[in-house]
Design a protein around this ligand. Sequence first.
Ligand SMILES: Nc1ncnc2c1ncn2[C@@H]1O[C@H](COP(=O)(O)OP(=O)(O)OP(=O)(O)O)[C@@H](O)[C@H]1O
Ligand SMILES: [Mg+2]
Length: 231
Amino acid sequence: MIKAASLSVKYNSDAAALENIGFSVSTGERVALIGANGAGKSTLLLSLIGILPPAEGELMVCGIPVRKDTLGEVRRGAALVFQNPDDQLFMPTLEEDIAFGPRNYGLTEETIQIRIAAVLEELGISHLKKRLSHKLSGGEKRLAALAGVLVMEPSLLLLDEPSSFLDPRSRRGLISILGGLTQTMMIATHDLDLALSLCGRVILLRHGRISADGPAKEILSNKVLLEQNGL
Ligand SMILES: Nc1ncnc2c1ncn2[C@@H]1O[C@H](COP(=O)(O)OP(=O)(O)OP(=O)(O)O)[C@@H](O)[C@H]1O
Ligand SMILES: [Mg+2]
């Protein structure tokens, strides 16, 4: 589902934000991406959907090499929920925002309405359907952004800090929804309990490099390793 080899990623002409990264993710795997602030988690997720193309190395996502001319194909298979929901929500109302993606792919209006209703119900935000996106609370925006991606039913789900801003009940709801999905997932998070309950595997980043990659139980119970990595 994902294959990265000797991958380096840069912002403009600055030093590499990711350097010489190599890993593979199989179909159906759920991988947590952890690491201190600035370690490169968001950068890696942005590169997986081609917002930041590789400066060096190779990157395959959903069987497609990530390049300028393949971005449409890559994004039909993989979708990212951004760390900041304001980067994601841009239509006036929540309902229009969630409908935007499916309309773009030419689904029938009936299918779109059925999917939207199901996703809103699942996330417990049906009552927000007609509300203005930019006037929602932080947690409501987070759930709205998630709805906009889930409605597309991507085969690779990339989530950047999905539990930030959420109250305890919404957070538990989110964990249970994600736990019920069969899609391949990569979840960047500081919420190590969420990582442990959802992901069998953890990739730990430090200064743009992979400093550990292995079973979640082992890495998340290794206090020395976590402390060394600023967690
Ligand atoms: N738009 C940008 N332009 C230049 N450098 C950037 C940009 N965004 C991030 N960086 C730099 O890239 C590095 C990795 O940042 P990234 O946002 O990937 O970290 P992160 O692990 O997601 O951190 P956090 O836990 O704070 O979300 C940092 O050094 C950061 O300062
Ligand atoms: Mg980040």
